[in-house]
Design a protein around this ligand. Sequence first.
Ligand code: HGY
Ligand code: MN
Ligand code: MN
Length: 415
Amino acid sequence: MAISSNMKINSDRLWDALMEMAKIGPGIAGGNNRQTLTDDDATGRALFQSWCEEAGLSMGLDQMGNMFARREGTDPDALPVYVGSHLDTQPTGGKYDGVLGVLGGLEIIRQLNDMNVKTKHPIVIVNWTNEEGTRFAPAMVASGVFAGVHTQQWAYDREDAEGLKLGDELQRIGWRGEEKVGERKMKAFFELHIEQGPILEKENKDIGVVTHGQGLNWLQLTLTGKESHTGSTPMPMRVNAGLGMAKITQLVDEIAWSHAPNAVGAIGQCDVYPNSRNIIPGKCVFTIDFRHPEKEIISDMELRLREGAKKICDEMGLGLEIEQVGGFDPVEFDKECVSAVRGAAERLGLSHRDLVSGAGHDACWINRVAPTAMVMCPCVDGLSHNEAEEISPEWAAAGTNVLFHAVVETAQIVD
Ligand code: HGY
Ligand code: MN
Ligand code: MN
């Protein structure tokens, strides 16, 4: 049976699932704070598991807590088609970042069940642990272990701001499985995600056919100065780590602008010690996030940052340590999978354009071990990693329909 353009998901059911999941780990301004390996994450996982069981899926769980909900194919030996994303959110996250990709996968299964359509290849929905990398750096850590980029022990040893370890928290919430990580073989992996940028909405396009993902480099800087009284210490005697951080913040911005229009750079996380109103900061620890579609530019930004930060710190008498705490090279997704996404958008009569993903995604790592592609839908004002993140039900449905067609085409419908 060929895939026909009238094969569509149930958009109301998809939207209901998104709103139901959004009730777990609510934020304070209408979004979500369901951070990885918290009790809220555990609750969200349990809800997803219950929905998968209702849909007749068998659940696999690996030692990084990655969840794999499997719908059998007619050929049990055929490599499964995987589809998914992540359920963890930023502390001031939106309701759709990651969640749309997991629940979009569930909606595909629900619709195939309703239509009683079988596929040759099994289909597996994935929830990757800790995509966000906000509580435990780096981002995409569990898909990174799956793809062989990180060792499992290194991942287990990641610590949050309270000194809790990722591996211990995974055990505590009861979602550390027995399955060895990374042994699963995939025919293909598809990830649906909101764009998290302004292009699709501005160009009035329904679908982003993601051909590439830009690269990322996270550098953690520790500046060491001298704590002293903000009132009685004369200006020439100060060794102010906070001032050093401010100068380096300006340097990061200048470096990114020097590679306009595609380079981006910012400092998102910073800790000032001792963080007292009347003590000159003796230490600052902060993370720089550089990104660009070309590896050489990312390297240039890092080199100029290292040189510039050293100059600033030498002039100010500050100690400087620089550690790379995350990063991945720009990725090019699988051409055949990308064509399946583009063909689906065309078959469904949806406006679309090729796109380079500005954000990182689990697909960027899985692309190393399986043919991978992404589908993107617009988001309002391109806003994400903000509780005001918003999409329309129509955008969610369009993206999920394209995902539906690409996955089912790859999994091959059986008459
Ligand atoms: O940082 C990222 O790009 C992703 O949102 N974790
Ligand atoms: Mn995401
Ligand atoms: Mn995110």
